[in-house]
Design a protein around this ligand. Structure first.
Ligand code: MN3
Length: 198
């Protein structure tokens, strides 16, 4: 019943030059693996053991820090690996494209708002595109928080997420977070984002 580190759908070097292989490997085998095992350690023997990750995160405000931080870290990276692909980039189509136009005015407006959320998140955290009861919204969260958590300013289902912790980009981009954010758009897996939107 314990949570498991997922395998990636692509090789560590598949997202180069946008995300480098060394960063991908350390990020998956060290960072994500640690969140996963620490989450399992924190849950063992508690009433939340065996519950879904969504259910656990929805109670974030009442969780011990080890569950909130590692639970968020486990879930957020699951989203992150899925919304990137070596065949990514471009723009979404279909219903997702329509929803983005309706809620942001245009794809470019959405992209600017999301990039800005990622750039201005102070310290470590995430930028998100969120499906809420009131349509699509962009937000950012600190640390390993996310929009599934009751503590999030914007609540809903994250359908696109970008990790802006320094461990996600520092080896290749050093302090240039905006360059990493620009490069991210080349690997966004819009098919997967559209699937999560439905
Ligand atoms: Mn990370």
């Amino acid at each position: 019943m314990a949570f498991e580190l997922p395998k990636l759908d692509y090789e560590y070097n598949a997202l180069e030059p946008h995300v480098d292989a060394r960063t991908m490997e350390i990020h998956h085998t060290k960072h994500h693996a640690a969140y996963t095992s620490k989450l399992n350690d924190a849950l063992r023997g508690t009433q939340l053991e065996g519950k879904s990750i969504e259910k656990i995160l929805s109670k974030a405000s009442a969780l011990p820090a080890a569950m909130r931080n590692n639970g968020g870290g486990f879930y957020n990276h699951n989203v992150f690996w899925k919304v990137m692909s070596p065949n990514g980039g471009g723009e979404p189509g279909g219903e997702l494209a329509e929803a983005i136009r309706k809620d942001f005015g245009s794809f470019d407006n959405f992209k600017n708002e999301f990039s800005n959320a990622a750039e201005t998140r102070f310290g470590s955290g995430w930028a998100w595109l969120v499906k809420t009861s009131g349509g699509l919204k962009v937000t950012s969260t600190p640390n390993q928080d996310n929009p599934l958590m009751d503590v999030s300013d914007v609540k809903g289902t994250p359908i696109l997420g970008l990790d802006v912790w320094e461990h996600a980009y520092y080896l290749h981009y050093q302090n240039r977070r905006p360059d990493y954010i620009s490069a991210f758009w080349n690997v966004v897996n819009w098919e997967e984002v559209a699937k999560q939107f439905k």
